[in-house]
Design a protein around this ligand. Structure first.
Ligand SMILES: [Zn+2]
Length: 479
C-alpha cells in the first residue's frame, strides 16, 4: 500500500496544475521521452502501440470508403511548394529547409514536407488525363515537420505522425461530398473508438487552411475546458489543379480541372485521449485503442496452482483481447497502481480463494468498480465491462463538454465568460475577421473554433460589433 501511494503521489493533481499533470502522466505512463532536438519526441513502445491501434482502426475505415495508401517523398523542391500562392504563404514561417547534400550546396532548396498537397498535385498531373482516371482517392501515413516555436509532446511538436488524404474528383459536388464524408468519418471514429464527443462544423475564413475554399473541423473539449483541433477536412475547389495544370477530358469531350480535397488527423489525438479521459491516478484509455485491454494480476502467486491458472486464463483470453499477465515479483499493490497509471481498462485479479470458487475479480479503471465473475462467464463479463467502460467514458466527457459550454448574448457577457469560465462560448457573429481579431485580443486568446453544423440563433446581433449576425460561432481557447 505504501508503494502504491508513493507512485500516485508523484503525479501532480489535475486541479492543482493541469499542464504539470499532463507532463507527469506522459512521462510516468512511458508514452514519450524528450529528444535532443527541441520539439521532436521519442514515442516509446506504449505510446506507439496506441498510435498503431488508432492507425489500424482508421485505415480500415478509409479503405472501406475506397481509399488507397501511397507514399510520397519527404522533400519538396522550393519551386514546387511555391506553385500555390496562399498555400506557401500559410506554411512559409514554419518550414524547415535542406540546403546541403553532403558538402555541396544544393542549387535549389528542398523543404521537409509540412503537408503534401504539392507533391500529390505534381503526381496527379502525370496520372490524371480522362474522367476514367477519376476519382483518385489516395491516403498517406507519414511524418511531417513544422518548425513550431512552443512545443508540447503530442499536442504541438515540430515533427509529428499523421495521415493525409488527398483526393481528386470530376465535379465540385463529388469533392464537397468527400470533404464532409471524411469529416464524419473522423467524428464517428472519435465517438465510437476514442469515446470522445466533439463540436463539428466549418472554420471561418480567418481560421481555414492555407489554399482551401472551405475547412471543416472536429473540436473536442479537454477536461480543463480547452479545445483541441482534432482533425480537419478541406475542400480546395480547382485552385491547386489550376496552379499545377491538372486537367482531364470529361465525358462531354471538354478539358476540365478536377476538384480536390484533403483531410488529416495526427498524433495530437493521443494528447486528446490523455486530456479527455485521464484522472489523478494517470491515464484512462478507451478499450478500443488500449495496448493492453486486460491485465492479469495473480494474488499470492507463490501458492500452488495460482500461476498455472493465470497462464490458462491468459491463453484463452488472448485469442480475443489484448491481454498481459504480470508475473513479475513486484507486489500486487505496485502492479495495481502501475496499470492504473498506464490506463489499462480492466484488471483481472486471481488468487487461491478465487480459484477454489471458480471465480476471479474484475476491476474497472475508470470507476474502480469491483466485480466477482465466474470463470465460466468470463468472456461475456469482460466484453460487457469493456463496452460499459467505453460508454461511461463517453458520457463523462459529454457531461464535461455540456457543463463547460456557455452562451453569450452581449459583449460584456462574452468577456466575463472568457475571463471566469474555462470552456466553449456560443455567440453570434457578423462574419467579419476584424471582430474575430478583436475578441481574441480582448480575451487573450479566445478564438473561433467553428461555425457548428448545429447552429442556434441565440441573438440577432454580433457579440462584438452589434451589427446583424450571420452565424452562431463556438469560441474557445485552444492547444
Ligand atoms: Zn461583428
Amino acid at each position: 500500500m505504501a508503494e502504491q501511494k508513493k507512485m500516485v503521489d508523484d503525479i501532480t493533481a489535475m486541479d492543482v496544475d493541469f499542464a504539470k499533470w499532463y507532463t507527469d502522466v506522459i512521462k510516468k505512463a512511458e508514452l514519450v521521452d524528450y529528444s535532443s532536438v527541441k520539439g521532436c519526441m521519442i514515442i516509446r513502445p506504449y505510446g506507439y502501440a496506441i498510435w498503431e491501434n488508432i492507425q489500424k482502426d482508421l485505415d480500415a475505415r478509409f479503405k472501406a470508403l475506397g481509399h488507397e495508401n501511397v507514399y510520397m517523398p519527404l522533400l519538396i523542391p522550393e519551386s514546387l511548394l511555391q506553385r500555390e500562392k496562399d498555400h506557401v504563404e500559410g506554411f512559409a514561417p514554419e518550414v524547415a529547409w535542406v540546403t546541403h547534400g553532403g558538402e555541396n550546396k544544393l542549387t535549389e532548396r528542398l523543404c521537409i514536407r509540412p503537408t503534401s498537397e504539392t507533391l500529390f498535385c505534381e503526381h496527379y498531373k502525370d496520372i490524371i488525363h480522362s474522367y476514367r482516371d477519376l476519382p483518385k482517392l489516395y491516403n498517406q501515413w507519414c511524418n511531417v515537420m513544422r518548425w513550431e516555436k512552443t512545443t508540447r509532446p503530442f499536442l504541438r511538436t515540430s515533427e509529428f505522425l499523421w495521415q493525409e488524404g488527398h483526393t481528386m474528383h470530376a465535379t465540385e459536388e463529388e469533392a464537397r461530398e468527400e470533404t464532409l464524408q471524411m469529416l464524419h468519418c473522423y467524428e464517428d471514429f472519435y465517438r465510437d473508438t476514442l469515446a470522445i464527443p466533439a463540436v463539428v462544423g466549418q472554420k471561418t475564413e480567418k481560421e481555414k487552411f492555407a489554399g482551401a475554399q472551405a475547412t471543416y473541423t472536429i473540436e473536442p473539449m479537454m477536461h480543463n475546458g480547452v479545445a483541441l483541433q482534432g482533425g480537419t477536412s478541406h475542400y480546395f475547389g480547382d485552385g491547386f489543379a489550376k496552379a499545377f495544370d491538372i486537367t482531364f477530358t470529361d465525358r462531354d469531350n471538354k478539358l476540365k480541372h478536377p476538384h480536390q480535397t484533403s483531410w488529416g488527423v495526427s498524433t495530437r489525438m493521443i494528447g486528446a485521449i490523455i486530456m479527455t479521459h485521464g484522472d489523478d491516478n494517470g491515464l484512462v484509455l478507451p478499450p478500443k485503442i488500449a495496448p493492453v485491454q486486460v491485465v492479469i494480476v495473480p494474488i499470492a502467486m507463490h501458492k500452488p496452482g495460482v500461476l498455472d491458472k493465470a497462464n490458462e486464463l491468459l491463453a484463452s483470453l488472448r485469442t480475443k483481447y489484448r491481454v498481459k499477465l504480470d508475473d513479475s515479483d513486484n507486489s500486487p499493490g505496485w502492479k495495481f497502481s502501475e496499470y492504473e497509471m498506464k490506463g489499462v481498462p480492466l484488471r483481472l485479479e486471481i488468487g487461491p480463494k478465487d480459484i477454489e470458487k471458480n471465480q476471479c475479480v474484475l476491476v474497472r479503471r475508470d470507476n474502480r468498480e469491483k466485480q466477482f465473475v465466474s470463470l465460466d462467464n468470463l468472456d461475456e463479463a469482460i466484453e460487457a465491462a469493456l463496452e460499459a467502460l467505453h460508454q461511461a467514458l463517453y458520457e463523462k466527457a459529454k457531461a464535461n463538454l455540456v457543463s463547460k459550454t456557455f452562451t453569450a448574448r452581449t459583449h460584456e457577457e462574452f468577456l466575463d465568460i472568457a475571463k471566469n469560465h474555462p470552456g466553449f462560448i456560443r455567440a453570434m457573429w457578423c462574419g467579419c475577421t476584424e471582430c474575430e481579431e478583436q475578441l481574441k485580443e480582448e480575451t487573450g486568446g479566445v478564438k473561433s473554433r467553428c461555425i457548428p453544423f448545429e447552429e442556434e440563433q441565440v441573438s440577432d446581433v454580433c457579440v462584438c460589433c452589434g451589427k446583424p449576425a450571420k452565424h452562431m460561432v463556438v469560441w474557445g481557447r485552444q492547444y
